[in-house]
Design a protein around this ligand. Structure first.
Ligand code: GTP
Length: 489
């Protein structure tokens, strides 16, 4: 049973539009742009408190959640009489008992202008893989620093991962300013040391903020306690920062997800445009085969039925989901990449990659794995570990195998060539996951840095001669198991 006092508080936090007009509420949010951010910091820097504060102040807390947290603040909370904002965020029971964050918790909130998805990632070194997971889709990272402690080893580690994962905007949130009397001097010292770190790593844009997540200083409103701070409060900064990345329309990338063949007259290639744009009539090349044709039709997303197969568009761009038909009958299968003929990516089976190992069983060079990149799955192995990076000191080490949470530069060799965009050019087509072929678990994640072998070697690989027995087997599979989409050899 809730007390009257609790009900009064919670009613303030009801989203009145959700109650009265759910369709209106959804419409209102539909057209807002989306910003994904990640919070990282060392143990107890205040990540969960900060996120809880943002959710609370943007009224994204439902009344039952708030009532529960109010009760639990007394039981588990660390904030005395105040509501423990961290309990709004730390959803897992075991986490409450241990008092640490053990998984990536995704949260949603919105302002008038934007929708936000927050990835709350754990700070400990043994959870590097969780942080990598949270960072892989984020546009912005908030790195929390406890004002009393300054930059720690963990700050260096988090900054390295954030930068490795291609996050260009880093907000350095110097938290617990209330515990250092909102000292401008301390703020400036931390800012100066972080600037050196940012320069060392090559982080593109940094923003510095003095905060008290617990009391809400500079979270939503500018704090009177930091008159020397000239920047925006956190929420306003997130609301207004420009995260758009210039996309070159000619870098069209269309990983084919599904071949739609409802009858003999129709053959469409479905997928989500990963980058750039495409027009009807454009000359396209299918990779890795290198076959060329032209775009005949672009059909809008949705189920392709007899009735809507005519709903065509002249041009489509990332991240639209479309079906493309071609002028000629070329062999295109799931996992292929359609690109503009005038702007081809490198195609290779031998790639230089950065690999994050996520499994208890170490990665030993030469072991065969399934490599899933966009819509394609190709077998391959890591032939050689070039070096492991110590994420705390940024030093390089020579090692024979990769353990859990290790990050290393490796040479990856695949059994088939793929169109290889560098991760820094395209996060979607430049990244991959590594799957154990027996357990089917995701055991690693990686980023393509570049092609490590010359193109001639690739041609040799694709022009491999097959024996009669191999050809017969290939034909048998194509005739009897069409659902396997086996290619003709
Ligand atoms: N004085 C003060 N205390 C704070 C502030 N922010 C957080 N705290 C307190 O610091 C402690 C840790 O906060 P959390 O939000 O749980 O920290 P976290 O970074 O999520 O920690 P983990 O979940 O262990 O990774 C709690 O007792 C908070 O109440 C702040 O701005 N000022």
């Amino acid at each position: 049973m809730r007390t009257e006092e609790e009900t009064n508080i919670t009613n303030d936090h009801r989203l009145s539009t959700i109650d009265s007009d759910i369709i209106g509420y959804l419409k209102e949010h539909e057209n807002k742009d989306m910003l994904r951010f990640l919070t990282c910091g060392s143990v107890d820097d205040g990540k969960s408190t900060l996120i809880g504060r943002m959710l609370y102040d943007s009224k994204m807390i439902f009344d039952d959640q708030l009532a529960a947290v109010k009760g639990e603040s007394k039981k588990y909370g660390t904030t005395g009489e105040k509501i423990d904002m961290a309990l709004l965020v730390d959803g897992l029971q075991s986490e409450r008992e241990q008092g640490i964050t053990i998984d990536v918790a995704y949260r949603f909130f919105a302002t008038e202008r934007r929708k936000f998805i927050i990835a709350d990632t754990p700070g400990h070194e043994q959870y590097t893989r969780n942080m990598v997971t949270g960072a892989s889709t984020a546009d912005v990272a908030i790195i929390l620093i406890d004002a009393r402690k300054g930059i720690l080893t963990q700050t260096r580690r988090h900054s390295y991962i954030v930068n490795l994962l291609g996050i260009e905007h880093v907000i350095v949130a110097i938290n617990k300013m209330d515990l250092v009397d909102f000292s401008q001097e301390i703020f400036n010292e931390i800012k100066a040391s972080y600037s050196e770190l940012a320069e060392e790593l090559g982080i593109k844009y940094t923003y510095y903020l003095p905060l008290s997540a617990l009391d809400g200083d500079n979270v939503v409103d500018k704090s009177e306690k930091t008159p020397w701070y000239e920047g925006k409060p956190l929420l306003e900064l997130l609301d207004t920062m420009d995260i758009s990345q210039k996309q070159r329309t000619e870098d069209f990338r269309f990983p084919v997800q599904y071949i739609n063949r409802p009858n003999l007259d129709f053959r469409g290639f479905c997928g989500t445009i990963a980058a750039g744009s495409v027009k009807v009539g454009d000359e396209i090349t299918v990779l890795p085969s290198g076959k060329t044709t032209k775009v005949k039709n672009i059909i809008n997303a949705g189920d392709i039925t007899e009735a809507n197969r005519e709903v065509v568009t002249e041009e489509a761009y990332a991240p639209m989901a479309v079906t493309i038909t071609t002028e000629d009958e070329v062999d295109i299968s799931r996992g292929n990449m359609i690109v503009h003929t005038k702007n081809l990516p490198r195609v290779s089976n031998s790639l230089k990659v950065m690999l994050v190992w996520m499994d208890e069983t170490p990665m030993e060079p030469g072991t065969t794995y399934d490599i899933k990149r966009a819509t394609s799955v190709v077998t391959g192995n890591f032939e050689h570990i070039n070096y492991k990076v110590d994420v705390n000191t940024y030093e390089r080490e020579q090692i024979g195998k990769l353990g859990l949470n290790d990050i290393a530069s490796c040479k990856m060799v695949l059994t088939q060539p793929i169109a290889a965009d560098a991760y820094k050019e395209n996060r979607l087509t430049g990244s991959f996951i590594v799957i154990d072929r027996i357990t089917n678990n995701t055991v690693g994640a990686g980023m393509i840095i570049g092609v490590s072998r010359r193109e001639e070697d690739v041609k040799k690989l694709s022009a491999r001669e097959y024996t009669d027995a191999e050809r017969a087997l290939n034909q048998y599979i194509r005739e009897n198991f069409p659902e396997w989409e086996c290619k003709k050899c």
